[in-house]
Ligand binder design. Structure first.
Ligand SMILES: NC(=O)c1ccc[n+]([C@@H]2O[C@H](COP(=O)([O-])OP(=O)(O)OC[C@H]3O[C@@H](n4cnc5c(N)ncnc54)[C@H](OP(=O)(O)O)[C@@H]3O)[C@@H](O)[C@H]2O)c1
Length: 250
């Protein structure tokens, strides 16, 4: 039975990945900080899909937490580096410790878990890594978008290194998805038009389809594909002004 490890698997996009992969017949390793919630999530998945589900309580903003996942990931077939969080406010007002936690969870954990998974994946010549970035990667707005731009560039570069090996590495760039993300970071989402919200199940189905096709950077939904293209075409100063204005509204 193939095995997948999903970080941030107890809520939002990660929970949807876990459900979808369990229904596809993957055994799972679920990672998050809240141990009770991990156990509840695992029990529900075992009961519903009859697959083995292991839990790994780890804080990916800490060296010890990342090390625990590195030690487990060597034998899995698919890694979904999904854990992450948002940040409200301007850089000048944020707490430096929170900024550094974000870099650890979004960048250091993704780097170290990917590096620990690759030797096993390459030896078996199959499977791969999905790194969850964001459409924010294509705009300049704080450490969040900078860290997600790193995820896209990093995934691109590793994918090229493993090309032809049977292993695939993909960055996934979601737009707005209703999860716990916005409430956790204290963002005001009231001004976001209803039409811009993506459904989690549809997003994950598109991501898995793109992964199987060997897509480099998956941007589900035509509106966000357009935003990503604009992010590459518009002059950078203009783009940055738009991103700053939009970001400060939320
Ligand atoms: N929702 C959106 O609109 C959106 C858009 C674009 C990209 N994304 C990206 O999608 C990913 C998932 O976000 P989401 O919206 O699903 O968020 P969410 O609903 O808030 O879920 C976050 C998950 O990550 C875990 N987590 C958070 N911090 C962690 C840490 N330090 N160590 C280990 N696990 C941690 C949480 O569990 P614990 O609290 O128990 O640790 C939870 O399982 C993130 O990378 C986010 O940047 C989201």
């Amino acid at each position: 039975m193939p095995e997948a490890l999903v970080t941030g698997a107890t809520a939002g996009i990660g929970a949807v990945f876990a459900r979808r992969l369990a229904s596809d017949g993957f055994g799972l390793v679920l990672v998050a900080r809240d141990a009770d919630r991990l156990e509840r999530t695992a029990a529900a998945l075992r009961a519903e899909h009859g697959v083995p589900v292991e839990v790994l309580a780890a804080d990916l903003a800490t060296d010890a937490g990342i090390t625990r996942v590195e030690q487990r990931v060597a034998t899995v077939d698919l890694v979904v580096n999904n854990a992450g969080f948002g940040q409200r406010g301007d850089f000048l007002d944020t707490d430096v410790a929170a900024e550094l936690d974000m870099l650890r969870v979004h960048c250091e954990a993704v780097l170290r878990i990917t590096k620990a998974a690759l030797p096993g994946l390459l030896a078996r010549r199959r499977g791969g890594v999905i790194n969850v970035a964001s459409v924010a990667a294509f705009f300049s707005r704080g450490t969040y978008s900078a860290s997600k731009a790193w995820v896209v560039t990093f995934s691109d570069s590793v994918r090229e290194e493993v090309r032809g090996s049977g292993v695939h590495v993909m960055a996934l760039c979601p737009g707005w998805v209703r999860t716990e993300f916005h409430e956790r970071s204290g963002m005001d989402t009231s001004g976001i038009p209803r039409s811009l919200w993506l459904d989690g199940e549809t997003l994950v189905a598109a991501a898995i389809r793109d992964f199987r096709r060997g897509t480099a950077v998956s941007v589900p939904d035509v509106r966000y594909k357009t935003a990503a293209v604009l992010g590459k075409l518009l002059p950078r100063p203009l783009l940055t002004r738009i991103a700053a204005r939009t970001g400060s509204r939320h």
